[in-house]
Design a protein around this ligand. Sequence first.
Ligand code: 5GP
Ligand code: ZN
Length: 119
Amino acid sequence: MAVEPQADCLFCKIVSGDVPATVVRETDTTVAFRDINPQAPTHVLVIPKVHHPDGASLAAAEPAIAADVLREAGEVAAQEGIGASGYRVVFNTGSGAGQTVFHAHAHVLGGRGLQWPPG
Ligand code: 5GP
Ligand code: ZN
């Protein structure tokens, strides 16, 4: 079940256009935009237009849209030219893992060497 846009959600406001963002791709169900505090030469966030608090909640409620987010992560990597060198797709889930915005989002990171484990 889709959750209505949340008045206090930053990413719902980016979806509605009330908060500006540098959008690099958009589909019927997703928006991809540059992270305001990039952690790599390419750092793009892919979000569903519908509000769910994290990636797992999105996948449980609307698996087709979760698939859209994952597919768009790959499209962003291709568009940004990082697909061949390798990139990382991250869903921080919970404040203990560094999640600060509780609207599902995939970080797409690349353009530099990426260590594993990430720390
Ligand atoms: P999280 O920490 O929840 O996994 O990721 C949230 C991300 O949103 C962070 O990387 C942060 O830099 C980014 N962010 C926070 N506020 C804004 C904003 O107003 N615009 C954009 N483009 N990114 C933001
Ligand atoms: Zn939201």
